[in-house]
Design a protein around this ligand. Structure first.
Ligand code: 6R9
Length: 647
């Protein structure tokens, strides 16, 4: 029996949603789902309110996902303009720099609106029109939000690329969506070091396929020296003299809002496309419900805007709700390991949302760095990105939250737009390690390998039986890939790629990916991408990559590499191969372990048996299962003997 944590009494007393209110919402969905969805949409300001909510079919012959289709609204107006009437001077964004000795910045809704309008006018002057793609490659600074919201004003589709991705990864993402404009900074700060963002953009744009980029807008931020190209324009020059007002055109609810690339089990990263109306309804509703948002909250989500969490829960959800959202450029360990809690105290953070990997890394340093800070302002804690082990959950609850703050463990994906399974903090008891129960209007199920729905307490593959407003609409430029990837394993159902267990109380326990995706510190890395980087090295004949348990990262990357005949493995070559992966994808994809493999276990049809490689990497050679179907069963014993010690 796992432990249950009811909402702490002091929190429950003031919570906006209690158990019976949550129950009513579930009943409303059951009795009148269309009415429920139309009601939810009223939290936004529509130029034309929708008269119809859901129009969805997951079936191959008539596949479509449309929400609020006859409605029209502008996302930027909902995040900014509408708050000017009621709270122009409220802080919209608090910016905390990497270096605590530099001043923090507070930007009011009025000021943010003015900056966004100037940027929208600047983008127009640069020739950006509705439907154009704009790539952002920026540090975690307010200008990232400014540009996203400026794009939304025009209906330009932004594609934010995480600043930790390599020039090659950036080039691929620019080429795939044929961006017209790239917005970057000279550099970004991370733990006292400067990341050369502009140099990476220069290198990316030297790659074939990126010729669509006409202009690069460069923000002066880190002050590092950069090379200058004809296509470059300074950010401060393009906004200078632009009016600080801008008439935003309403968009159709199904007009695209953004593309965000994410790794899948095969091929190159997919451009996940989100649209306007449904996405904003779902981001703002879940942000309000799950964080129990109150007018005076200071809300901090530590995710980078380069990931979906940064889109929905740093920028769009909080700003649509008129909240104060904190953006932090730094890392948890700089200048020291108390940094997160110092920022909490400095700005009076009340709602704090981070990833299990950060919690584990901080937990390893003991309680003292936490306990020397106050944290009295905190009233709720959240996690996202990967399963949280109960030990880390308990530590977060007891040490960080002084046993006074509920924890919301929010399960969702880039594809889902915002959270789907999570405790509503004043209404649902937590169980450490479980994302608990679906939100109203979300219908998960567990299925077996054949797709049969399993009842009661069971293990299975996690699917969603019906749509919700924040669902991705397509893979940009490849609608067939969308259907093939998510709706063909179990026809008529959305397959998440995750495995899960459901207990006797109906609580979901996500066990992790069941496909060839590795979740490294909450970041998705496709095994195929890492393998193709390794095979790109002239010494490599073949490579296979699997995930293996890692104390801090959750999962680490374990690579098996077979060299071309005549080439001897050595330490220098190992380093070269790791460098090759960093070069092709970025540091987050660096293999943690690299084992030389004289051969790989394959079926007679030549398919690599990853199941076996996973067990070897997990140090469980006694669980290899049946190896008799292998083309050459003898390769396994040498891989087992040579397996690496992961400690
Ligand atoms: C939001 C985000 C999605 C994958 C998802 C799952 C894992 C996310 C989780 C979780 C267990 C949670 N995941 N939240 N697993 N508990 N609370 O992380 O999106 O980067 O697309 O990753 O992350 O495996 O399928 P994304």
């Amino acid at each position: 029996m796992s432990k249950r944590y009811p909402p702490p009494a002091r929190f429950a007393d003031q919570a906006s949603t209690n158990a019976s209110q949550l129950q009513s919402a579930h009943e409303r969905v059951a009795n009148d789902s269309e009415g429920h969805w139309l009601e939810l949409a009223k939290r936004l300001d529509w130029a034309h309110p929708p008269t119809r909510a859901k129009d969805v079919s997951f079936h191959r012959d008539d596949f479509h996902i449309r929400w609020y289709e006859d409605g029209a609204l502008n996302v930027s107006v909902n995040c900014l303009d509408r708050h000017l009437a009621t709270q122009p001077d409220k802080t919209a964004i608090i910016f905390e720099p990497d270096d605590p000795n530099r001043p923090a910045r507070r930007i009011s809704y009025r000021e943010l609106h003015a900056e966004v309008c100037q940027m929208a006018n600047a983008l127009t002057a640069l020739g950006v029109v509705k439907g154009d793609r704009v790539t952002l490659y920026l540090p975690m600074i307010p200008e990232a939000a400014v540009v996203m919201l400026a794009c939304a004003r025009l209906g330009a589709i932004h594609s934010v690329v995480f600043g930790g991705f390599s020039p090659d990864a950036l080039a691929g993402r620019i080429a795939d969506c044929e961006s017209k404009l790239v917005i970057t900074a000279d550099g970004g700060f991370r733990g006292g070091k400067v990341i050369p963002l502009k140099a990476n953009v220069d290198e990316a744009l030297s790659r074939p396929g990126t010729e669509t980029v006409q202009t690069v807008v460069v923000l002066k931020h880190a002050g590092n020296t950069i090379a200058w190209q004809d296509r470059d324009r300074w950010y401060h020059d393009v906004v200078a003299g632009q009016p600080d007002t801008h008439m935003a055109a309403p968009m159709q609810a199904e007009d695209p809002l953004f593309i965000l690339y994410t790794s899948g089990s095969t091929g190159k990263p997919k451009g996940v496309l989100h649209t306007t109306g449904g996405y904003l309804v779902w981001a703002s509703y879940t942000h309000d419900l799950l964080f129990d948002l109150k007018p005076n909250d200071v809300y901090w989500c530590t995710a980078d805007v380069g990931w979906v969490t940064g889109h929905s829960y740093v920028v769009y959800g909080p700003l649509a709700n008129g909240a104060t959202t904190l953006m932090f450029e730094g890392v948890p360990s700089y200048p020291d390991i108390s940094r997160f809690w110092q920022v909490v105290d400095r700005h009076g953070v009340t709602l704090f949302y981070t990833a299990p990997t950060a919690i584990r890394a901080l937990m390893r340093e003991g309680d003292a760095p936490v306990l020397k800070t106050s944290r009295q302002s905190l009233r709720l804690l959240g996690t996202v990105g990967e399963p949280i082990n109960p030990e880390a959950w308990e530590w977060y609850y007891r040490v960080v939250g002084d046993s006074r703050c509920p924890i919301i463990d929010t399960w969702w994906q880039t594809e889902t737009g915002a959270a789907l399974i999570s405790p509503v903090p004043g209404a649902v008891d937590a169980k450490p390690g479980s994302a608990t129960l679906p939100l109203p209007g979300v219908f998960p199920a567990l299925v077996d390998a054949q797709g049969a729905i399993l009842d009661g307490a069971t293990d299975g593959n996690l699917v969603l039986l019906d749509s919700w407003p924040g669902q991705m609409r397509t893979v940009y430029g490849d609608p067939q890939r969308f259907i093939d990837t998510y709706f063909s394993t179990y026809p008529g159902r959305y397959f998440t790629g995750d495995g899960a267990r459901r207990d006797a109380d109906g609580y979901y326990w996500i066990t992790g990916r069941v496909d060839d995706v590795i979740n490294v510190s909450g970041h998705r890395i496709g095994t195929a991408e890492v393998e193709s980087a390794l095979v790109g090295h002239p010494a490599v004949a073949e490579a296979a990559v699997v995930g293996a348990p890692h104390d801090i990262k959750g999962q680490g990357i374990y690579a098996y590499v077979t060299l071309k005949s005549g080439i001897e493995p050595n330490e220098a070559l190992r380093k070269q191969l790791v460098a090759q992966v960093r070069h092709d994808i970025g540091p987050i994809a660096s293999p943690d372990w690299l084992q030389w493999a004289p051969g790989l276990p394959k079926t007679r049809s030549g398919k690599i048996m990853r199941r076996i490689l996973r067990k070897i990497a997990e140090d469980a050679p006694d669980q290899l299962g049946d190896t008799s179907t292998l083309a050459d069963p003898t390769v396994v014993s040498s891989l087992v003997t040579e397996r690496l010690n992961r400690a």
